[in-house]
Design a protein around this ligand. Structure first.
Ligand code: CTP
Ligand code: CA
Length: 224
């Protein structure tokens, strides 16, 4: 049993991970999306599974495949991701929200293909629900909630703002100013900031190695 603990320290623990973009429908043939590949989230899910966790991965549209046995739930929109997250957060020991969730969604989804007419065309958008903030508001003692922050300026300050306003235990800051970091790359450069505002800057690494760093920190927080 101590042997199992060493090799599979997360055996029996449920971990929730989200990955990929969301697609917000405009009409039956068009959507608003983003360039998230899902690589970071899938790498995190695989790393937790390798450590013995029961991983539930809620993914937006992504070409990624998991190398480990996980429960994968495919969703399309921010609203669908919210619903799936609310179903699976309650009994999860930790949740890492790495999905690039749309901030706005079309107010009206046309049921027929929109035909071109005038030279200018506007789509009214409304805010989506902040999934992370919603989970942060129902989080109970012992649950670890981790978010990402994608920033181009005032990076640390903005990340700390998100950590605190969403009631997170850890925020992973991605600066788009770092070459090799962010969307559609195999590498990432992160800074981790915890509730004590302890900030740790990591080197540019392969996303699989970044996932190891994130999992290590989450386990440390779970055991604290
Ligand atoms: N997030 C979420 N639900 C949303 C929007 C974002 O759960 N509707 C989560 C993301 O998955 C990420 C974190 O919030 O873990 C931060 O996302 P980010 O886009 O950096 O921050 P926002 O709070 O959306 O603020 P802004 O885009 O204005 O910087
Ligand atoms: Ca956002």
């Amino acid at each position: 049993s101590t042997e199992i603990k060493k090799k599979l320290p997360l055996k029996g623990e449920k971990i929730l991970v989200t990955a990929g973009p969301t697609y917000e429908a405009i009409d039956p043939v068009r959507f608003i999306g983003n360039h998230s590949s899902g690589k970071m989230g899938f790498a995190i899910a695989d790393r937790f599974a390798e450590l013995g966790a029961n991983v539930t991965l809620i993914s937006g549209p992504s070409a990624q495949k998991s190398k480990f046995k996980i429960e994968r739930i495919d969703v399309t929109s921010a609203a669908e991701m919210l619903e799936a997250c609310q179903l699976h957060f309650a009994d999860a020991k930790a949740c890492v929200m790495s999905a690039a969730v749309a901030d706005y969604t079309p107010e009206i989804v046309a049921d027929k293909k929109i035909k071109k007419q005038e030279d200018r065309f506007n789509i009214d958008l409304k805010k989506t629900v902040d999934i992370l903030k919603t989970l942060g508001s129902v989080k109970h003692d012992g649950q670890i909630l981790v978010g990402f922050a994608l920033e181009t300026h005032n990076e640390e300050q903005n990340a700390i703002g998100k950590l605190q306003s969403k009631n997170l235990d850890l925020i992973i800051l991605n600066s788009l100013n770092d070459a090799g970091a962010g969307f559609q790359t195999d590498t990432n450069k992160i800074t981790m900031i915890d509730r004590e505002l302890m900030s740790t800057v990591f080197e540019l690494k392969n996303k699989d190695e970044v996932a190891i760093d994130i999992c290590k920190k989450v386990i440390e927080l779970m055991n604290a």
